[in-house]
Design a protein around this ligand. Structure first.
Ligand code: NAP
Ligand code: HSE
Length: 411
């Protein structure tokens, strides 16, 4: 009985974590898998870096040398960007290897193609680490989907953004200092604009949507905003209501229609995402039978992410197989007509003439920066913004202190 032979692509934060677990937990892995795990080759970009890798392991910049490893069973991918990862994984599948990836940008763009190719070649493809780091959201959704329809997800999917927002609020840290700290801790992407401009959470909600509905959503359906424009003033205004600003990816599925957003939201204290702090991610899932459940844990970082990859490795070889789900999905065309609650920040009251305000808090009496909680449709919010370019509007999720009144007397 041979060993399980692994090729590892990338030796950064995630790849080095995978190496450490395989090196340090060999006994545990052998007891789970009935075989030793043999990390046979590692692909890197810069061969000159000192990495402390055991001398018997092949370290190369040439992917063909990894593929040429005799009896290679599985390729674990933890590099960045769509290419060259897609080409490498595609070649690995062709050779009959199982594949595991942490790369959400690659998987959001090319997951469907890789899944089809893997199915045709009868190999496994696993991607738990690509969404929410160490939080087992992919496995949980596969499990739930056996009997539930998932009708709603509200999630914090970017550890870097959540870490930055927590640092600014708790420590009054400047945005760039908080970002630098997230980079030092290994949370941020190689290009951190992926994190702070919402692309990373966007890729992750695309992956979840494709898992839930068996098809990739039209990307133009998804509103994407990051955290770059959130100021300390906004955070403090939200706080004065007892609320917090969070970067939230949400998906609502109703009557065959889908609405997906990735944006900063104001949440109240009783909302399940309110208490999710630092690098933690959380995924609040509503299933039609199970009701609401919440998964929470470290969404980025070396060992949590590597742990998710090793779980995939164990599942692949213990034949935990997930069947694809296929559903009909249509775009929800009337999103702008749906009434909801908004947290509105502005420095004048003119544009609210004739509007019944629900609750307001004035931050600075000289500048009259005011936060207001109102209820309106998306279309009405657009009208408000057209009157005042400086108005900032965040969707609100949770329970307001008092019942919310309608923002417009009549449209
Ligand atoms: P990282 O620290 O920047 O490491 C990237 C690694 O990939 C480096 O070892 C680099 O080689 C190697 N690499 C880059 N381009 C390459 C190429 N063209 N050919 C060969 N090797 C190449 O990144 P990371 O944080 O580990 O993230 C890796 C992947 O996991 C990304 O897709 C990321 O989105 C995802 N992920 C990250 C986290 C996290 O917490 N960091 C969590 C979940 C998922 P050199 O070392 O030679 O430069
Ligand atoms: N940069 C990502 C984050 C890593 O901060 O969430 C985990 O996917």
């Amino acid at each position: 009985m041979g060993n399980i032979k692994v090729g590892l692509l990338g030796f950064g934060t995630v790849g080095s974590g995978v190496y450490e677990i395989i090196e340090n937990y060999q006994e545990r892995l052998e007891s789970l898998l009935g075989k030793k795990v043999d990390l046979a080759g590692i692909l890197v970009n810069d061969i000159t870096k000192e990495r402390g890798i055991a001398p018997e392991i092949l370290v190369t910049t040439d992917f063909d040398e990894i593929l040429a490893i005799p009896d290679l069973d599985v390729v674990i991918e933890a590099i960045v960007g769509i290419e060259p990862g897609y080409t490498y994984l595609s070649k690995a599948i062709d050779k009959g290897c199982h594949i595991i990836t942490a790369n959400k940008e690659l998987f959001a763009h090319k997951g469907r193609e890789l899944k089809q190719q893997a199915q045709a070649k009868n190999v496994e493809i696993s991607y738990e680490a690509s969404v929410a780091g160490g939080v087992p959201v992919i496995g949980t959704l596969h499990q739930l989907l056996q009997v539930n329809s998932v009708v709603k997800i509200e999630a914090i999917l970017n550890g870097t953004s959540n870490y930055i927002l927590s640092e600014i609020r708790n420590e009054r840290t400047a945005f760039l200092d908080a970002l630098q700290s997230a980079q030092t801790k290994g949370y941020a992407e190689a290009d951190p604009s992926n994190d702070v401009d919402g692309y990373d959470a966007f890729y992750k909600i695309v992956i979840l949507t494709e898992l839930l509905f068996g098809q990739r959503p039209e990307w133009k359906w998804i509103e994407r905003k990051g955290i770059r424009d959130i100021s300390l003033n906004h955070i403090q205004l939200a706080e004065s209501f007892g609320f917090r600003l969070k970067h939230v990816a949400s998906l609502v599925y109703k009557d065959g229609a889908l609405k997906i957003d990735v944006e900063p939201k104001v949440v109240s204290e009783d909302h399940p995402l309110y208490s999710v702090e630092g690098v933690d991610n959380a995924v609040v899932i509503t299933g039609d039978l199970v009701g609401q459940l919440k998964l929470q844990g470290p969404g980025a970082g070396k060992l949590p992410t590597a742990s998710a990859i090793i779980e995939d490795l164990v599942n692949v070889f213990n034949s935990v197989h997930h069947s694809p789900v296929v559903k009909e999905v249509k775009l929800l065309h009337d999103v702008d007509e749906q009434e909801q609650t908004w947290f509105v920040i502005g420095n004048s009251t003119d544009q609210f003439e004739g509007i019944t305000l629900f609750e307001e808090s004035i931050m600075d009496h000289h500048d009259r920066v005011t936060g207001r909680l109102i209820q309106a449709t998306g279309r009405e919010i657009k009208k408000l913004k057209a009157k005042d370019n400086d108005l900032t509007v965040y969707p609100f999720s949770g329970t307001p202190a008092q019942p919310v009144k309608k923002a417009f007397a009549t449209a």
